[in-house]
Design a protein around this ligand. Structure first.
Ligand code: C5P
Length: 214
């Protein structure tokens, strides 16, 4: 069983994807981390994240970079959003994500293009959204807890810029798959959002089973 969870930054999709993985006892891949690793490796090698060939050279990042907490910073998030617009970067990360999705028993993946490109055949697809204001408040609280000195206004501007870049790029833009179910978490606690996500996935799975029988 493959569960695809897509949505913009700080929508709650990561938390929801992890909770779904625990609930259905499936392995989970946060695909944003792969793009963050490319962005961070690009900076470490002093390559230009806006030049396709240079960014593509950073896709052979060392695996242990994926565990580095620096990947969670806003600065690396911005780099990830810049490298991720290059088709060559996306192509280099495709097989790794597809293999993860199609492992025996299935998986939960979260990102921007899981339901549209990585696993269009997913058994359940969620598109998690929230208002920019709600997402900025959450991201700001996370950053402050981590000791990063950022203002709410800076975070809101950064989120809006990233949404704009992610949804307008030509290669695999951020958009809901036609058969994805929308979940708006703006006014939900984490607990309510997870409950609703589980209910929506259960519904999608039973609808799929029913249509398979007919
Ligand atoms: O989800 P996260 O904020 O960690 O992703 C960082 C950046 O990586 C996003 O802004 C997006 O540009 C890119 N990304 C992507 N496709 C994915 C996951 C992330 O383009 N499947």
């Amino acid at each position: 069983m493959i569960i695809a969870v897509d949505g913009p930054t700080a929508s709650g999709k990561g938390t929801i994807a992890r909770a779904l993985a625990t609930h259905y006892d499936l392995p989970h891949l946060d695909t944003g981390l792969l793009y963050r690793a490319v962005g961070a490796h690009c900076a470490a090698l002093k390559l230009d994240p806006d030049i396709p060939d240079e960014a593509a050279r950073a896709t052979d990042f060392p695996d242990d970079l994926l565990a580095d907490p620096v990947l969670r910073s806003e600065a690396v998030g911005g780099l990830a959003s810049r490298v991720s617009k290059h088709p060559a970067v996306r192509a280099a990360l495709l097989a790794r994500q597809r293999d993860f999705a199609h492992q025996p028993g299935g998986a939960v993946l979260d990102g921007r293009d899981i339901g549209t490109v990585i696993a269009p055949c997913a058994d359940a697809k969620l598109f998690v959204t929230a208002s920019v204001a709600a997402r900025a408040r959450r991201r700001h609280a996370e950053m402050v807890a981590r000791g990063e000195a950022v203002t709410l206004a800076e975070i809101a501007a950064d989120l809006a810029a990233r949404d704009d870049r992610d949804s307008k790029r030509a290669a695999a833009p951020l958009r809901a798959a036609d058969d994805a179910v929308l979940l708006d978490t703006s006014d939900l606690t984490i607990e309510r959002a997870v409950e609703q996500a589980i209910a929506l996935v259960d519904e999608a799975l039973s609808a799929k089973r029913t249509s398979g029988v007919e």
